[in-house]
Design a protein around this ligand. Sequence first.
Ligand code: BES
Ligand code: ZN
Ligand code: ZN
Length: 512
Amino acid sequence: MILNLLKKDLKDISCQALIVFTKSSAAKDHLATIANSDLGKKYVSLLEEKTISGKALEAVTIREANYGGFRNLIFVGLGEDKVLDHEVVRQAAAAAYDAVKALKVKEAVISFDGVKGTAKEAASFVKALAEGLSLASYTFDQLKSKKVKATTAKSKSEEDSEDQGLQIHVVSHSAHEKSFKAAFQEGIITADCVNFARYLGDMPGNLMTPKILAEEAQKAAQGTKVKVIVWDKNRIVKEKMGGLLGVSLGSTHEPRFIIMEYKGGKAHQKPLVFVGKGLTFDSGGISIKPSAGMEEMKYDMCGGANVIGTLLAAARLKLSVNLIGLIPSTENMPGPGANKPGDVCFARNGKSFEVNNTDAEGRLILADALSYASEQDPGMIIDAATLTGAMVVALGNIHTGYFTRDKEVKSSIEKAAKISGELVWNMPLTDQHLKDMKGTYADLSNMSSGKGAGSATAAAFLEQFVGEGIPWAHFDIAGTGWAVGNRLNYCTKKGASGVMLRTFVELAKNYE
Ligand code: BES
Ligand code: ZN
Ligand code: ZN
């Protein structure tokens, strides 16, 4: 899909479809003002009988409307003015995209001026519009036999540039304004990186091994200011990453440790380090998972994928900030060499842990990555991981739970999430949680000795690998990393969501 911004009068455009936004309180007046037209009058009966009600996300298509130069019309509701925000616009954009797709047209015009808002809101709304359209356009069909020839391990962005089937022109009086244009572009770039992260997540475990994940990161970073360094198994051994190595031992696919660096800030700025769990398939290992739903564990690298996408987005948006992305990547499989319950491993920072359940593997690979992150003299460390089933129980697929003991980090996260529109929830993390993670034979156990609070005890385990005094937060995206399409219409029903990438970009933008 190609998206562009146009400053033109609707009267001077002819196109197969026009999308106009309607609001529920004053839909009639609102329509009547569009391009000084008689659109409102023409559809007065539809307004009166509330076929067009302006309700949020309602999309009413009128085929063969032949209104001005437009053959078809689509009315998309924004709901009431007083609750209009960028998330409503993002979802309305996705509803508009679906309606355009259903029309099977190749070109459509969106009249943005019906959205209104202050100048600041207008920029945030047009960014959300671009995001909603681009996010809704994501499909994962490269493994269907019709397409497979062209794509063995091709990146989603390459795919999109080939699929130039649909053009959407967003028409606005503000289209020439610098900040408006920049916001629109930002929306496109961010969504593009979310879509790339989704593609990485949606690929099955056999086609997204640690090696392939690292190659995808390298390939995607080409031509950007992101430097990618990949450590193989030998290097991981040399670097004393006993957690990552231990988890990898049951698999025939060797692990990788992916390091991404983006230096957009001043030389003296301490880096903001993002760490993402890159578990390309989690069978549970010797403590094997039940087979029902196990296929979903291909998504266990979503945290890593979303960190890769964050670094790419930062570079493409030319953010003036220094970032590092770290993705420990491995499979978790049963095999002759696999970690066994009771085994003890040593993480990079020298701490030892008992592997009392090989399915609690995410924390083991993150232990090494967080230790390495702490050595980089970071200003802040943020990690994202599909870490615990307990998080799914606690918050479902609505909020992403995050853990931090740092008030400033908490306030930056809340601020960033408000701007991104992604829902987050601050979870408890205390010394009580750490107490339950003490080992009998080693420093720590990867299993809690207590009952419940599985997400918080996992976070307490991770905290043991973060250097003293370093501001840190952990995001458990187990519930929100995929299958959120039942709540967010710009996400697919069964696929990866790319969650937290948009919030991470906001965090990076505001990081000092
Ligand atoms: N990858 C899983 C967590 C997960 C579960 C993500 C469901 C998404 C949906 C993780 O490695 C895991 O298996 N965690 C265990 C830990 C337990 C054994 C302490 C869990 O949550 O059951
Ligand atoms: Zn597991
Ligand atoms: Zn896992």
